[in-house]
Design a protein around this ligand. Structure first.
Ligand SMILES: [Mg+2]
Length: 124
């Protein structure tokens, strides 16, 4: 069974790049375009890992992550924040909100597969 990864990202260029890389590496990937859809799909799919953009129209990633972490049904899902350059230094906020890690955008596509593998192997 391939690991399931949910990408929550409003920028189609970013999400299709991530989708291509992760699909190439054998993961089963689903994409949501905002926080609300992310929460809905995460609850339905129960992915092994969620890559959560922070800045999105509608429900943002902080809100969606907090909802998932606060719900006993989804609280153990691993969530990695996708942070922008403008948010450098805010990493502690994501960790305090319960996120399991963060990646700065633009995502380093060569490093991404090893990071994903590392997070998947970490104990919840
Ligand atoms: Mg965004």
């Amino acid at each position: 069974m391939p690991h399931k990864i949910l990408i929550v990202e409003d920028n189609a260029n970013n999400s299709s790049l991530l989708l291509d890389i992760l699909t190439f590496h054998g993961y089963e990937v689903t994409v949501a375009v905002d926080g609300q859809e992310g929460v809905t799909l995460a609850t339905k799919i129960m992915p092994d890992l969620i890559l959560m953009d922070i800045q999105m129209p509608g429900m943002d990633g902080m809100t969606a992550g907090s909802i998932l972490k606060g719900d006993p049904a989804t609280g153990r899902l691993k969530i990695i924040a996708l942070t922008s350059f403008a948010m450098q230094g805010d990493e502690e906020k994501f960790m305090a909100a319960g996120f399991d890690g963060y990646i700065s955008k633009p995502v380093n596509t060569r490093e991404l597969p090893a990071l994903i593998k590392h997070w998947l192997e970490q104990e919840a």
